[in-house]
Design a protein around this ligand. Structure first.
Ligand code: FAD
Length: 305
């Protein structure tokens, strides 16, 4: 793997930036994570093309990241390149059918407010979900009753070595917190089917979604949101709480006393602290209920990731 050669080639040609040994704690909502060998912001499609070609040539593995709100990066960091999307991918526009076309790097919350400002409805359920539109599509972000995949008209991706791909929303399989867009593709843009709605009604729906979130979730703490997927027919938070694990702490990582499916960083948590809490919670839930909890959070830089 030739990280130094890749850096030398990319730093002079990309419109975006290339950083070496960039601490990932600066780029995750957990504020945790050791250095990525390269942290590359691709401002244009040409940047993505060149970056993925050079990385492939030099044998440097890469991952694409949005705002890192659903990622736990190891304390040792990641030996490959983290790609993220910049300026050209923050665009948005509304067409005559009330479809909102949004770049993958736009914050989901910005997309929601742009939709609201144009009198459009359909994204209210996502109020309070942090991160980018690209991350939301990849994760099929949502709530217990609504998810973004249900309003997707089209997704445009870039497949390294091949080029642009277009997927109709109805041809994508949308699962619970994931979809079948290949992991090797970079989501560039999506269009969302919205509708025209009464402004007061949309505002009410957004305010009550946010109030509900604030009452249930430790939004003031550093976290990645829900750590575990809900098993079929029950809620991970209820299983964890009934094992008496609220407040369970390892180092500076703690099962939130407010919401048992949130593991929060009390200030100086390491990825190891969080991983130890995750393992303990999984062990206890398995011992008590025979249920295997599956993490929703993505791991980067760990032995098995
Ligand atoms: C306080 C809090 C509350 C949360 N509440 C919710 C919630 O209610 N519902 C919910 O679903 N999630 C929730 N989350 C989790 C998280 O915000 C979502 O999963 C979000 O959509 C991730 O977006 P991101 O840009 O941060 O993606 P990242 O965390 O950076 O990445 C997540 C995944 O998406 C992939 N990805 C990101 N961008 C792209 C791209 N352009 N192309 C291809 N793949 C990409 C990454 O490779 C990774 O696999 C919450 C998180 C926090 C911190």
């Amino acid at each position: 793997m030739a990280v130094a050669e890749a850096y030398a080639q990319l730093v002079s040609v990309l419109k975006g930036t290339v950083l070496a040994n960039e601490r990932m704690q600066r780029h995750t909502s957990y504020r945790i994570g050791g250095p990525a060998a390269l942290y590359i912001t691709c401002d244009t499609l040409a940047d993505i093309r060149v970056a993925t070609e050079v990385l492939a040539c030099e044998g440097v593995p890469w991952v694409i990241m949005g705002r890192g709100t659903n990622v736990l990066v190891s304390d040792e960091g990641y030996g490959g390149a983290v790609l993220t999307l910049g300026n050209e991918f923050k665009r948005f526009a509304v067409d005559e059918n009330a479809n909102l076309h949004v770049g993958a790097a736009l914050l989901l919350q910005r997309a929601i407010s742009e939709a609201f400002n144009r009198g459009l409805s359909g994204l209210e359920f996502a109020v309070g979900i942090p991160g980018t539109v690209g991350g939301a599509i990849s994760m099929n972000a949502g709530t217990a009753t609504h998810w973004i995949g249900s309003i997707v008209d089209e997704v445009i991706t870039y497949r390294p070595g091949e080029g642009i791909k277009r997927y109709a929303g109805e041809d994508i399989c949308w699962y619970y917190r994931c979809c079948d867009i290949p992991m090797s593709e970079i989501i560039l843009e999506t269009s969302l089917k919205l509708g025209v709605a009464n402004e007061a009604r949309v505002k009410d729906a957004m305010e009550s979604a946010l109030a509900y979130r604030k009452s249930k979730q430790p939004l003031e703490a550093l976290s990645c949101g829900s750590v575990f997927r809900n098993p079929e027919n029950c809620k991970a938070a209820e299983l964890i709480e009934s094992c008496g694990l609220k407040g369970y702490t390892c180092g500076q990582a703690q099962v939130s006393p407010k919401h048992a499916n949130f593991i929060v960083n009390l200030g100086d948590a390491t990825a190891n602290d969080v991983a130890n809490v995750i393992v303990h919670v999984m062990d206890e839930v398995r011992r008590r209920y025979g249920t295997e909890l599956r993490p929703e959070v993505k791991f980067l830089g760990f032995a098995s990731s």
